[in-house]
Design a protein around this ligand. Structure first.
Ligand code: GMT
Length: 377
């Protein structure tokens, strides 16, 4: 098939999923056209059957706000006609599904047929989308899509609960390439960061407030107060990075923390981690936690959103009630001090990533879904 893919190209789980999906589909022989405002950050090279089309937003003195949604629509129309797209797969309801549905309607006036599949990832539904001013657009864009997928049962239900949806929603979870994400021998790196054999807690996020990065520092501080030999690695960047740094200084644990910023080979960092900490306030799936699990790292996460569909409490890590710092501290402590428990949960985390969320299972699920959408037209 010739498939158009639109996503937010910057640092974020939805962009990762969209890009890895496109690359995997290309490996399986499909022709993939990425259409986005800049090169998706995981799209490191363009293969023979992968194309990238940048959306250039026109800016005129008359436009107070450049009309990105319309520029995207125009680009989709252009690519669909000239590349002969069989399907457009957009990640995020607003504005990508909105643009795609408009493009489909424009194309129909010229006798060109381009079905639209929309994947819901999260904040389009759980945060931004529920803003009453956006709700009619979100609802219309979902209902008008030819196919809709959500990354967890939780997100599917949230969508039905908060919008007036009369379309079906297929759950297709996030996935991981377990042949790329596995625990590697990074002894030199571990030795450099933990010269005295300290354990490592890792947190990877975009440091948006919803990630509760400051709580990560607080939980770590408590563990250090009890003299547990442990270091904290914080990967990523965003609005809460500076406040987290300040908190680390205020609590006197800054020297035991490494703020690593945005990193691409995250699997190399996860390879020296003992615990992955994710105290998020909301998480529709938790792709960063799945990446950790694939690297044999048990997860301590909030019992919110789609996380219980990923992390099995007491098996592949622990789920703690939101904001219950005592529970997070205790869960981390158990994993850091009890070697047997840690080994059991590390093995179980890796097995769950391989058995349930491997890219080789999930990409064919998307392919079957595309076929179904095309057959039902
Ligand atoms: O979590 C973020 O800040 C990024 C966000 C995104 O839109 O890229 O991630 C969302 O989509 C990911 C991929 O489906 C999910 O794994 C994340 O759980 C979800 N984030 C939230 O729900 C907060």
């Amino acid at each position: 098939m010739k498939i158009g893919i639109t996503c937010y190209p910057t640092y974020g789980g939805s962009g990762v999923v969209a890009t890895e999906l496109g690359k995997a589909l290309a490996n399986r022989g499909h022709e993939i056209h990425f259409i986005s405002s800049s090169m998706p950050f995981r799209l490191s090279h363009i293969a023979g059957n992968i194309f990238f089309h940048e959306v250039n937003v026109q800016s005129y003195p008359l436009f107070e706000y450049p009309p990105y949604t319309l520029s995207l629509t125009s680009k989709m129309v252009d690519i669909a006609k000239h590349a002969g797209l069989d399907l457009m797969h957009v990640h995020y309801a607003i504005p990508h599904a909105t643009s795609a549905v408009m493009a489909r309607q424009i194309l129909a006036t010229e006798g060109v047929h381009m079905p639209v599949v929309t994947t819901l990832h999260g904040t389009d539904i759980t945060l931004i989308g529920q803003d009453p001013s956006f709700a009619p657009v979100v609802t219309w864009s979902i209902n008008e899509s030819d196919g809709v997928t959500a990354v967890s049962n939780y997100l599917r239900q949230e969508t039905y609960d908060h919008f007036d949806i009369d379309n079906g929603i297929e759950v297709i979870p996030n996935f991981i390439d377990t042949e790329r994400f596995f625990r590697q021998n990074k002894e030199h790196f571990k030795q450099a960061l933990c010269p005295n054999g300290e354990k490592v807690i890792a947190h990877v996020s975009n440091f948006r407030p919803v990630k509760n990065a400051q709580q990560v520092v607080e939980i770590f501080h408590r563990l250090r107060e009890d003299d547990l030999p442990v270091k904290l690695l914080l990967v990523g960047d965003g609005p809460d990075r500076v406040p987290s740094e300040r908190k680390a200084r205020d609590l006197g644990v800054y020297d035991d923390i490494r703020f690593l910023g945005k990193q691409d080979p995250v699997e190399e960092i996860l390879s020296i981690a003992d615990v992955f900490l994710m105290p998020s306030g909301s998480e529709t799936f938790g792709l960063a936690a799945l990446e950790a699990m694939a690297c044999d790292v048990p997860v301590v996460a909030s019992n919110v959103g789609g996380l219980p569909e990923l992390v099995e409490d007491g098996e592949t890590g622990f789920l703690c009630e939101l904001d219950d710092i005592d529970a997070f501290e205790e869960a981390c402590r158990r994993l850091l001090v009890d070697e047997d428990l840690h080994t059991r949960m590390s093995d179980a985390a890796r097995s769950r990533a391989e058995d349930t969320f491997d890219i080789r299972q999930i990409v064919p699920h998307y392919e079957r879904y595309y076929e179904k959408v095309r057959e039902n037209l």
